[in-house]
Design a protein around this ligand. Structure first.
Ligand code: KIV
Length: 261
């Protein structure tokens, strides 16, 4: 069995100029496939609220749902680093509650790290979790849990002032001990500056090619959602159509008596 990827490998790859690959997964069967593909990390994103549960935003994802899905993913992943995404209000209320919830991702769900989105408490919470043995991935730029404040998924860090704010947030997370920072919907130039200024790796999504690595939502890569095609994603398959056609063929064969034989 291959050795498990750790947060130290993230840093090693960044220092050696090697790109880091991260993808989301939310269940056992997909976890088996993405781990077999050899990605460095699997993020059990709170995007599951949209991709798996059909909601409009990530805001209603609960700890119970996240632990349920993260446990299934951990059972399927043997090599990649499994990162549990802390849902809305699971880390903002107090650092003790954050520790209890982050701890559940490691102790109950079998993850090896957690991700938290930027909020005023993010640096303090990160430091507390890291000191207690829980590796933290930060997340700045468009942070979907603040979609109502941003008025939707819009590019952040476009002007010098907001770019400087993102850099300040990313540095605060680095100083607090985060092992990497996701940059979501950030102009490539801004992402490049942040990536150069940090010692830890940046992981981009809609942030151009200069980040230390990339993260994508699995459903976007596979073309699983027929009416959702974010500009920053590339669909390598149209799995929605493949599934529809296979199931239609099955139903046709049952109706015609061709299956079972
Ligand atoms: O929940 C998620 O899938 C994420 C990625 C988009 C980074 O946070």
């Amino acid at each position: 069995m291959d050795k498990r990827v750790t947060v130290l490998d993230f840093q090693k790859k960044r220092d050696q100029g090697e790109k880091i690959t991260v993808v989301t997964a939310y269940d056992y069967s997909m976890a088996l496939a993405v781990d077999a593909a050899g990605v460095d990390a699997v993020l059990v994103g709170d995007s599951l609220s949209m991709t798996m549960l059909g909601r409009e935003t990530t805001l209603s994802a609960t700890m119970a749902e996240m632990i349920h899905h993260a446990s299934a993913v951990s059972r399927g992943v043997r090599r990649a680093l499994v990162i549990g995404d802390m849902p809305f209000l699971s880390y903002q209320l107090s650092r003790e509650e954050a520790l209890e919830n982050a701890g559940a991702f490691l102790a109950e769900a079998g993850a090896q790290a957690v991700k938290i989105e930027w909020c005023p408490q993010a640096a303090e919470v990160t430091e507390f979790l890291v000191q207690n043995g829980i590796p933290v991935m930060g997340h700045v730029g468009f942070t979907p849990q603040q979609t109502n404040r941003f008025g939707g998924p819009h590019l952040q860090g476009k002007d010098p002032r907001s770019a400087a704010l993102l850099l300040k947030q990313a540095k605060a997370l680095q100083n607090a001990g985060a092992f990497s920072v996701v940059l979501e919907l950030v102009p490539p130039d801004t992402a490049k500056k942040i990536t150069k200024a940090l010692k830890i790796p940046t992981i981009g999504i809609g942030a151009g090619p200069h980040c230390g690595g990339q993260v994508q939502v699995l459903h976007d890569l596979l073309g699983l959602l027929p009416d959702f095609h974010p500009k920053h994603a590339k669909a390598y398959l149209n799995l929605h159509e493949s599934i529809r056609d296979a199931v239609k063929l099955y139903a046709d064969e049952v109706r015609s008596g061709k299956f079972p034989q």
